[in-house]
Design a protein around this ligand. Structure first.
Ligand code: TXE
Length: 492
């Protein structure tokens, strides 16, 4: 029995958040947000329009150019971020539940992964805010030279539905630490937790206009990327939209852009791997978050000597995966985010079969309500098949066989993506050879997708531009100013 969302939520924010105030859309339009586990409408949310984008950019611009925010020290900004973090901790259980209801992620994930990572990352940036340092640079002649770092300005931050709170944090935390102002555009599928943060922004004491939140669809994102009042765009989502954003960013000025896009990450299992460990890492690498994770290990390359045993154990493990109500702490797999994604994934099941791969488990919907799928494993997959090349974004493991390390490095790199990679082996030498050979932003050895507040995240090639989290993420929101002061010869 899946829990009904209506009984679980009392107070929800559903309006636009502009200049620290809750307002309706100028267009008068709303949209429904759906619980993907029950298909129930959770709430009607105000849908931002072009006019609202103008108002939000104006608020952010004014806050950046004229407000008290600009004159605050890094220490003061850090203290505000600490206050926000304290409030998130106070509301942790409710936010985790709301994240589960709006996005279908399991309560175990939202409670023990999304919320703790969000909290730790805000804490990290609260302290980084007071550690933004330039250099003194020796130059020839009677000059003093140093660099200082300044906020890049007004940021448009466009985020997806698969990690709504964490992606909000990865965008907002470094921007706040740097001293930027921002307009956040949550995904249309999951606007609710992002909006709850608006209340916490006010309660923490951030000045008006520093954070603005516009629920809405892709047109809002597009308006923001084309808006002349925006200095920088940060985006997480599909590579297709990432490419469009990069083009749009040059239409009205030269906006800074950081992008975190799709992936088709290889997880490479060598003959000498600890079999049980490798099976578990490959399983969680693709089936956690029901595969709706940009870095999911969706191409599993298995060396020929271990192939049959690996397949047998992987199927056994997939069979016992617990699918069901995401609010049940025992559940391992919740629903996909929406019906269209579920249909897209089932379309790849059909394509996989047509292209000659062998479906060994799954391929069906689960239950009578909600967008649930059984875990899917295809074997006998070859590199040119669409299930080996395209991002599916579902619980869909494609297993490919290989013979040698040189061969697998070449095949792993034969993709437009470069977000993550995994290597499962007991040989340090082989691990390092693969780590150095694969073109990916994160490589996991004998583990998979271990993400922390201390680890930069981002992609090579069409998986993205720039890195998020840590000082690397902060750099996206800073401009470097070189200062040269001429003095007299006497000072030499
Ligand atoms: O992504 P979109 P969707 C991949 C995954 C998934 C596919 C489509 O393969 O199946 O993308 O998902 C906003 N200008 N990822 O449709 O469209 C949109 O409103 C500016 C990988 O959800 O990229 C939302 O807020 N913004 C990924 C955000 O962009 C635009 C996570 C993402 O939506 C826009 C999600 C436009 N023209 C999907 N069009 C990851 N890297 O983790 C839409 N948006």
């Amino acid at each position: 029995m899946i829990s009904s969302s209506r009984k679980l939520i009392s107070h929800l924010r559903t309006q636009l958040f502009i200049d620290n105030k809750w307002v309706n859309s100028k267009s008068g339009q709303t949209f429904k947000t759906i619980n993907p586990a029950t298909e129930e409408v959770i709430a009607e949310v105000q849908r931002a329009s072009t006019e609202d984008v103008d108002l939000a950019v104006k608020a952010a611009r004014t806050a950046y150019d004229n407000g008290p925010w600009r004159r605050m020290s890094g220490r003061e900004r850090g203290q505000l971020i600490h206050k926000l973090t304290d409030l998130i901790i106070k509301n942790q259980a409710n936010l985790a539940k709301l994240e589960t209801i709006d996005g279908g992620k399991t309560i175990t994930d939202t409670t023990y992964v999304d919320l703790p990572l969000t909290i730790d990352t805000y804490r990290q940036y609260a302290s980084l805010a007071n550690n933004i340092r330039g250099k003194t640079i020796p130059i020839t002649g009677p000059y003093n030279c140093y660099t200082r770092y300044e906020p890049v300005g007004v940021c448009a931050q466009i985020i997806p539905w698969n990690y709504p709170l964490l992606m909000q944090c990865w965008k907002m935390a470094p921007a706040l630490a740097a001293g930027c102002t921002m307009i956040l555009k949550p995904a249309e599928q999951t606007p609710l937790t992002a909006l709850q943060i608006g209340d916490l922004i006010v309660e923490a004491g951030f000045p008006e206009g520093v954070v603005n939140i516009l629920p809405g669809f892709g047109d809002v994102g597009r308006d923001l990327t084309l808006h002349p009042g925006v200095d920088k765009i940060a985006f997480t989502g599909s590579t297709e939209v990432g490419l469009e954003i990069q083009r749009n960013a040059g239409m009205n000025g030269l906006k800074r852009v950081s992008l975190e896009c799709g992936g088709k990450s290889p997880n490479i299992i060598l003959d000498d791997a600890d079999l049980d460990c490798a099976v578990t890492n490959a399983h969680t690498g693709i089936f956690d978050a029901v595969g709706q994770c940009c870095i999911a290990g969706s191409r599993v390359y298995v060396q020929e000597g271990i192939y049959d045993k690996f397949l047998e154990k992987s199927v056994e493990l997939a069979k016992v995966r617990k699918i069901g109500d995401p609010l049940d702490p025992e559940t391992q797999s919740g629903p996909q985010i929406e019906e269209s994604l579920l249909e897209k994934i089932l379309g790849y099941v059909h394509k996989g079969k047509m292209e000659g791969a062998k479906l060994v488990i799954g391929g069906n919907r689960w239950g009578s309500k909600g967008y649930f799928l059984e875990p899917i494993i295809f074997t006998d997959v070859t590199d040119n098949m669409s299930i080996a090349r395209e991002e599916i974004f579902g619980p869909f493991m494609s297993i490919l066989k290989f013979k040698t390390i040189d061969e697998v490095i070449k095949r792993a790199n034969d993709t437009k993506y470069g977000l993550g990679a995994g290597v499962q082996t007991t040989s340090l030498e082989k691990a390092i050879k693969i780590v150095n050979g694969v073109r990916a932003g994160s490589v996991y050895v004998n583990c998979y997708d271990y993400t922390t507040e201390n680890t930069p995240f981002g992609g090579f090639k069409q998986s993205g531009v720039g890195r998020e989290v840590t000082e690397e993420g902060l750099a996206n929101y800073l401009e470097c100013k070189t200062v040269i002061i001429k003095t007299s010869q006497d000072t030499l």
